[in-house]
Design a protein around this ligand. Sequence first.
Ligand SMILES: [Fe+2]
Length: 161
Amino acid sequence: MPITNAQEKFVHELADMYDAEHQFLEAMGRMREMASDESLRMMLEEHMQQTEEQIQNLEEVFAELGEEPKRQECMGAKGLIDEGARMMEEVSSPELRDSVIAGAATKAEHYEMVGYADLIDGAEMLKKRKALRLLEQNREQESSAARRLERIAPRLGRAAA
Ligand SMILES: [Fe+2]
């Protein structure tokens, strides 16, 4: 779709994030299946629930802009997911796999945080107050998920060593 103004740019980025959230939701389901560590599994489970809410938030943002929700294939998310999946296939122990999963999930959270920061700037510029609040809520959830993953990563790394 052509981008000729700030609102179109915003909608394009929104469609990209909307797709990324769907892709990550699916990927987290696969990671949860493959994870052994109980707290890692729980964390993924909880963040999957949050991601479902985030998808609804994005749908409300589309609505505020008078747009139908649409997915624009997010190549960044796809690349991160493919990279994580390849490593998960190559690891030789469940402990190493957990450590790989935590690392891949943390990268995804940081990628999402940057995406939300851009969207928040866009919503501010377009003076979409409700969208701004919803996007800030999503970014906060991503950053707390990243912090929680970073807290358990050293323990998982030691177990894998
Ligand atoms: Fe996330």
